[in-house]
Design a protein around this ligand. Structure first.
Ligand code: NAD
Length: 464
């Protein structure tokens, strides 16, 4: 069977590329060795959001009295919470199957291997079949990065997959890495009752690449909730000591070593691309540091072979992979899409409070040489946040003082991941601060804080 396009991998990069290609008139097939939807739907974005919702509900119940509600007894049933998360993931995966059928996309089950002549050999339980296409997109995604001496054995040291499906709630957990994965699981397990310590190499601690004010606020809130964050610290080794684990950590500035005891270690130190054993070397596809090298339209150095998502350099985010997939197939179909603006990619972390950002941090804007105007609006001054009982956090905006360009927007607070898109759209439309101040925001909403923070940058803030 010859296709116009075969996509290797059905994650948010692959399945979106396949659907867009089908809309553009291509005959498309997707090769997948596991469940449809990739890590995002099955072991990432979606099931973690289900776990985090359970944690949030449990936290609300524990603070029900703050809302005038008396609840006698509540208990988090860990097994049922994990079960719910798996159910949500499974139903989403079925949704992709529906979308594929609707768009007449063939699903080829099995392990795919690129072959010369724009072919893919698919191995399904030892039976190999070769398929041919005019173009092939590699969208095989990534997996947990394993640190030297700290390999993931899924017993003592676990990765995100196992962290989403543990049978029993651990009493004490050490999390290596304070990035999005580390922070989301730290919040979840702490909410369930686990004693959690995050060990983060970088100085800012939790979410160390966010704007410094945001990390500072999150570290403060985590500390208050009982999550320990050890910044500027690395994990050297993990050893079994009787029934528990002994984790050697080291202060990277002072060189001081100490040990932490725990029951399980979660390794959340980034991800590695799935670029091995898919035939890239045999075809001569260029890679650098295991990442596939592509141009602005995701073409590799080999004609007809494209790559998107976590296998290429750039942020390893579902929405980035999807955007890359769409641009890739539109260009393939002869359309004229613009290259993706990697400086306008929103980043969201779903602990409580949530964190969302887009564009330059204050430090990065200054380093770039911009003269800036900064405005901040705390949710403690927001009627909606106060009414919701969630006054923590703030919105911070950064504008170029000279031309009014919206350089960056950073938020921490209840549901802020739902309002960051305003900044993304406005920046895409090259909106200035003046237009944001003059755009009427509904009252009372959390989104008013964006308007007020912008007004604060221009000394026009009303509610502060
Ligand atoms: P990450 O790169 O965001 O964070 C890993 C952290 O581990 C870094 O801050 C790094 O400094 C630290 N680290 C590395 N080695 C260490 C060591 N030896 N000791 C202590 N700290 C160490 O990676 P992640 O959190 O694992 O997430 C992987 C990818 O998945 C990221 O690209 C992330 O953006 C994405 N993701 C996104 C979301 C979301 O959007 N909500 C959720 C989960 C994952």
């Amino acid at each position: 069977m010859k296709y116009d396009l075969i996509v290797l991998g059905s994650g948010p990069g692959g399945y979106v590329a396949a659907i867009r290609a089908s809309q553009l008139g291509m005959k498309v097939a997707v090769v997948e060795r596991e469940s449809l939807g990739g890590i995002c739907l099955n072991w990432g974005c979606i099931p973690t959001k289900a776990l985090l919702k359970s944690a949030q509900v449990f936290n609300y119940i524990q603070h029900a009295e703050d809302y005038g509600i008396e609840i006698d007894k509540s208990k988090a049933n860990f097994e049922k919470i994990i079960g719910r998360s798996r159910d949500v993931a499974n139903s989403m995966s079925k949704g992709i199957n529906f979308l594929f059928r609707k768009n007449k996309i063939d699903v080829i089950e099995g392990q795919g291997m690129l072959k010369s002549g724009k072919k893919i050999e698919v191995d399904k339980d030892g039976k190999k079949t070769v398929f041919e296409a005019k173009n092939i997109i590699v969208a095989t995604g990534g997996r947990s990065k394993e640190l030297p001496n700290l390999s993931i054995d899924n017993k003592n040291i676990i990765g995100y997959r196992k962290a989403m499906s543990l049978e029993k709630l651990p009493k004490r957990m050490v999390v290596i890495g304070g990035g999005a994965i580390g922070v989301e699981f730290a919040y979840f397990y702490k909410s369930m009752g686990t004693d959690v310590t995050i060990v983060e190499f970088l100085e800012q601690g939790a979410l160390p690449r966010e704007d410094a004010d945001i990390s500072k606020e999150l570290n403060k809130i985590f500390k208050k909730s009982g999550i320990t964050v050890r910044s500027s610290t690395k994990v050297n080794s993990v050893e079994e000591k009787g029934k528990s684990l002994s984790v050697e950590i080291e202060d990277v500035k002072k060189g001081k070593k100490e040990t932490l005891d725990c029951d399980v270690v979660l390794s959340a130190a980034g991800i590695a691309p799935n670029t091995e054993n898919i035939g890239l070397e045999e075809l001569g596809v260029k890679t650098e540091n295991s990442m596939i090298v592509v141009d602005d339209f995701y073409r590799t150095n080999v004609d007809g072979i494209f790559a998107i998502g976590d296998v290429i350099p750039g942020p390893a985010l579902a929405h980035v992979a999807s955007a890359e997939g769409i641009i890739c197939v539109e260009k393939m179909a002869g359309e004229s899409p613009n290259p993706l603006d990697y400086n306008n990619i929103p980043s969201c972390t779903y602990c409580t409070p949530e964190v969302a950002s887009v564009g330059y941090t204050e430090t990065a804007a200054k380093e770039k040489g911009y003269e800036i105007k900064v405005g901040k609006f705390p949710f403690s001054a927001s009627g909606k946040a106060k009414a919701a009982g969630t006054p923590e956090g703030f919105v911070k905006v950064i504008f170029d003082a000279k031309y009014g360009e919206w350089l960056g927007c950073h938020m921490i607070g209840n549901n802020v991941t739902e309002i960051i898109a305003e900044a993304v759209s406005a920046r895409k439309l090259e909106t200035t601060g003046h237009e944001i101040i003059k755009s009427v925001h509904p009252h009372p909403t959390m989104s008013e804080a964006v308007m007020e923070a912008t007004a604060a940058a221009y000394d026009e803030v009303i509610h502060l």
